[in-house]
Design a binder for this molecule. Structure first.
Ligand code: UT7
Length: 330
């Protein structure tokens, strides 16, 4: 059987309108614009309104991706939603998005690989199409992290933002598409990035709420150390599978957590920083949405053209890390 070429035919993104600047945080916690900018590169982020859940953001991004791909929602036969902030713990959010966008012929599943989720989703989608199980898969990364950060915890609240992105994965022109993928994981045994309560291990009791265990907790330096190794490693593993070198990459679209992590990766990979697409100054860390949002922006600005080789690389809670190499199809 001839091997299928599987890639992306349309991308979309959605960012909530509400802009929260570093100066806004100066008014509520002991922090400064200078600290946040120099330690992270973040200047502002978007927060969802009270009425917006992850499904609402994801649905808007999905509609845009469908429009850009020129296909209708009923052509989609699978929805893979990457999120760490689902609408509910039980009842998957992909099903809610299926209803919101009218994708009545689609199966729907959530995956949680945290900030690597969008890349994991693309790789899973490729597998579904390659196996013949599905023909057109809608991959979404959507998050409302503003709901799970403690707005009094300066270690986390200034870092994250809300947003969503989507991509349609299907068969593409010969010689283009997702060339290779690397999906990595190692257990985070020390709780360097975790929301403790609300799952099966620690139920959401009054005591847990008093201890604020419903909010995300992070040991920033531990995650930083993991990230500066994981980003180059995942990219190099995927390149190796593609029999390519770092110099073959036209653009790296990394997870947008911290500009210092990306600069360190640029040095290790010996890929100039100019070839990394960065927008974390505007949106902060949107977890599983960040890579998709950056991909959409780069495409919309005309920075990605047919035949370009792009590496999408993420790292995050779990711990997870992942990369896909794509030869752009359109
Ligand atoms: O998607 C993956 C998720 N997360 C990440 O990728 C995060 C990875 N880690 C990081 O990006 C960095 O570790 C941070 C940006 C979180 C922190 O930067 P850092 O250079 O590692 O700072 P630090 O944790 O060593 O803290 C230095 C100081 C501390 O004060 P003391 O103990 O030296 O007095 C912190 O309390 O900075 C303090 N600090 C702040 N000061 C002002 C921590 N957060 C803030 C803040 N404003 N928002």
């Amino acid at each position: 059987m001839a091997q299928k070429n599987i890639g992306i035919i349309g991308v979309g993104a959605y960012l909530p309108e509400k802009v929260v600047t570093n100066f806004d945080f100066e008014k509520i916690i002991d922090t400064s614009d200078e600290w946040i900018r120099t330690r992270t590169g973040i200047e502002e982020r978007r927060f969802a309104t009270e009425n917006q859940a992850t499904s609402d953001l994801g649905a808007e991004a999905a509609k845009k991706a469908l429009e850009n791909a020129g296909i209708s929602a009923d052509e989609i036969d699978m929805i893979i939603l990457a999120t760490a902030t689902p609408d509910y713990l039980v009842q998957n959010t992909a099903c809610i998005i299926q209803e919101l966008i009218g994708a009545k012929n689609a199966g729907a599943i959530d995956v949680n690989a945290a900030c690597s989720g969008f890349v994991y989703g693309l790789a899973l989608a490729k597998g579904m199409v390659a196996s013949g199980i599905n023909k057109k898969v809608l991959v979404i990364g959507a998050e409302v992290f503003s709901r799970i950060v403690d707005m009094e915890d300066r270690n986390t609240c200034v870092l994250f933002g809300d947003g969503a992105a989507a991509a349609i994965v299907t068969e593409v022109e010969c010689g283009t598409g997702i060339i290779s993928e690397f999906l990595g994981a190692e257990a985070d045994k020390t709780g360097s990035l975790r929301t403790i309560a609300g799952g099966s291990k620690v139920p959401l009791t009054r005591e847990a709420l008093d201890k604020k265990e419903n909010f995300i907790q992070m040991k920033g330096q531990d995650v930083f150390k993991f990230a500066v190794k994981a980003l180059p490693k995942a990219t190099l593993e995927a390149l190796d599978k593609a029999s390519m070198k770092a110099s073959d990459i036209d653009m790296v679209i990394p997870h947008q957590a911290n500009v210092r992590i990306i600069e360190a990766a640029s040095k290790r990979l010996e890929i100039p920083i100019e070839r990394f697409y960065l927008n974390l100054n505007k949106y902060g860390n949107t977890s599983s949405a960040s890579i998709g949002i950056a991909l959409f922006e780069a495409w919309e600005k005309g920075l990605i053209k047919k035949g370009d080789v792009i590496a999408l690389t993420g790292f995050g809670a779990g711990l997870t890390y992942a990369s896909v190499i794509i030869k752009w199809s359109y």
